[in-house]
Design a binder for this molecule. Structure first.
Ligand code: PEP
Ligand code: MG
Length: 321
């Protein structure tokens, strides 16, 4: 029976009323693509490019990067692939990019801020991405639908900077990650400029609750069910709807089957997760309509804390109106 289930065609992500919710994979290496496809990923919602940089004492060459991006894009012909430019600093320090002496590295020169301070590295990465896109366009299988986004964007001006620069390299679909409360609160403005937003709930939770995601003593604060986090996600969802722009989720929150329903109720249009989480999230979405998801999200939003938000969502989810 297991074998039969494994070879049965996997359905695309959808709610019980047929509303499509594309289910995408978070990948950290191109080598993970085959497993993601086998588990039914409809594309890639977050390709973390750090692996190219972490093992060396200097930045990889354009050629090295291009080869990795071609391998990735070739695995998803006709599918959406969202690549995040290098997210260095804080929990992912790089000796050649980050200052090891910052007192508060999570609040320092990280993500897009660090790339902007070493703009040659960002330009090389955009060059390699554009070249990989062009190379796969000429391939037999056809191109993937390449989207490019920047991590740790905290202002409208940074959004303008990144999208304009990426467009200069011919990259057509350019967006930003919403991982900081400032960008969630300004999502209506940001989405007038960016083609899409992708919410990184790991960092958004860290910054909303002001609790270091790496620090065990404050780990209980790192819970994306917190209504403060959910309210910020609601802002981004509403901004997406108002501007007709997609809003994805690519933090760990999307892998929680009940929270995934809440996120859709808050306005998320795609969910991206570790490929092993796809089956349970797919099954959970299929048991709720969009009206259900909105009602369950309202119940969670009305709670005082993360634990009661989860309980309220559970109760609302098992008592259909
Ligand atoms: C996030 O912050 O939720 C995210 C997806 O990015 P990372 O975990 O790589 O910081
Ligand atoms: Mg992050």
């Amino acid at each position: 029976a297991r074998k039969a289930a494994a070879s049965a065609p996997l359905t695309d992500g959808a709610l019980a009323d047929g509303t499509k919710v594309p289910l995408l994979a978070n990948l950290g290496k191109p080598g993970g693509a085959a497993e993601a496809v086998a588990l039914g990923a409809e594309g890639v919602g977050l390709f973390r490019t750090e692996f190219l940089f972490l093992s060396s004492s200097s930045a990889p060459t354009v050629e090295e990067q291009r080869a990795a991006y071609i391998e990735l894009l070739s695995a998803f012909p006709g599918k959406k692939v969202v690549v995040r430019v290098l997210d260095a600093g804080a929990d992912k320090p790089l000796p050649f990019l980050n200052d090891a002496h910052e007192e508060n590295p999570a609040l320092g020169l990280r993500g897009l801020r660090a790339l902007r301070a070493s703009e040659d590295i960002l330009r090389e990465q955009l060059t390699a991405l554009a070249e990989a896109d062009a190379a796969t366009r000429a391939s037999e299988a056809g191109p993937a639908d390449l989207w490019v986004m920047a991590p740790m964007v905290s202002t409208v001006e940074e959004t303008r900077y990144f999208t304009a620069l990426a467009q200069d390299y011919g990259l057509k679909t350019t967006g930003v990650m919403v991982e900081v409360p400032s960008s969630a609160l300004l999502a209506d403005r940001i989405l007038q400029i960016a083609d899409f937003a992708s919410i990184g709930t790991n960092d958004l939770t860290q910054y909303t609750l002001a609790a270091d995601r790496l620090l065990g003593s404050v780990a209980s604060f790192q819970d994306p069910w917190h209504p403060a986090v959910l309210r910020l996600i609601r802002e981004v969802g509403a901004a997406g709807r108002a501007n007709g722009k997609p809003v994805g989720i690519c933090g760990e929150a999307a892998a929680d089957p009940l929270l995934a329903v809440v996120l859709v109720g808050l306005g998320a249009t795609t969910l991206s997760m570790a490929p092993t989480a796809l089956a349970d999230v797919r099954a959970s979405l299929l048991t709720h309509t969009l009206d259900d998801a909105r009602r369950i999200a309202e119940a969670a939003l009305a709670a005082d804390d993360a634990a009661s938000a989860r309980e309220a969502a559970q109760a609302a989810s098992s008592s259909p109106v």
